[in-house]
Design a protein around this ligand. Structure first.
Ligand code: BG6
Ligand code: MG
Length: 218
């Protein structure tokens, strides 16, 4: 097929903010005396703020420890820490190959979108100087279901006016690969720790994103 759109995940694909999400959750978990490591963190990728916290609570057998109100206050605290960490971002933090791919897409008339469930996505894109570079950025506050649900990828395809089968989705997390495949799109995985569904193409890093190959998927 001739690719008509590239749909990018943000955290871990356009920029390495996954490490900031990890740091912020780790600070909160430490404060609450809870276990939290890289393995659990892997399960939070692509997952909403509240669902992420619930996974941490589940892992610690602490599902009943907090009321809904307390949980909301605690995830707000995590987000305040995260917002502090992303203040350090500059355009130099965009991962290698991303800008080049977006530029090549633009020149070839291929549409681009960002499919991130992060409510901080607009702030992160601004800090990177990429806020106006994509044809569409999904609004996380309007998306009901986190990845692995395909909703956010389908919302992007619809906004771009492109059939899902002509879209290439790029993701760094297992939940994201599942979302892309469930949306009926071609999935490119960036350094994904595969636990179930395999991406259609697996790359070690964004530096390996090859416009020529991705614009024409065999
Ligand atoms: C995703 C991240 O992009 O956004 C998740 O992979 C994160 O780790 C989610 O939990 C929600 O982000 P935010 O910024 O709205 O808390
Ligand atoms: Mg990601």
């Amino acid at each position: 097929m001739k690719t008509k759109a590239f749909i990018f995940d943000l955290d871990g694909v356009i920029v390495d903010t996954a490490k900031f999400h990890f740091q912020a959750w780790k600070m909160l978990a430490d404060e609450l005396g809870m276990e939290f490591d890289e393995e659990v963190n892997e399960r939070l990728k692509g997952v909403s703020r509240m669902r992420s916290f619930e996974i941490i609570l589940e892992v610690n057998g602490a599902m009943e420890r907090f009321t809904e109100e307390e949980k909301t206050a605690l995830i707000t605290k995590k987000n305040d820490l995260y917002v502090e960490l992303i203040k350090t971002l500059t355009p130099a933090d965009a991962l290698p190959g991303i800008e080049a791919l977006v530029n090549s897409a633009k020149a070839a008339g291929i549409k681009t979108a960002v499919a991130s469930v992060s409510k901080n996505a607009p702030a992160v894109l601004s800090a990177l100087g990429l806020a106006d570079r994509f044809d569409y950025v999904a609004d996380a506050s309007k998306v009901k279901n986190s990845k692995p649900d395909p909703e956010i990828f389908l919302v992007c395809a619809e906004a771009l006016g492109i059939a899902p089968s002509e879209c290439v989705g790029i993701e760094d997390a297992q939940a994201g690969i599942e979302a892309i495949k469930a949306a009926g799109m071609y999935a490119v995985g960036i350094n994904v720790t595969v636990t179930s569904l395999e991406p259609d193409m697996h790359l070690a890093s964004t530096a390996e994103l090859d416009f020529t190959k991705l614009s024409e998927i065999a």
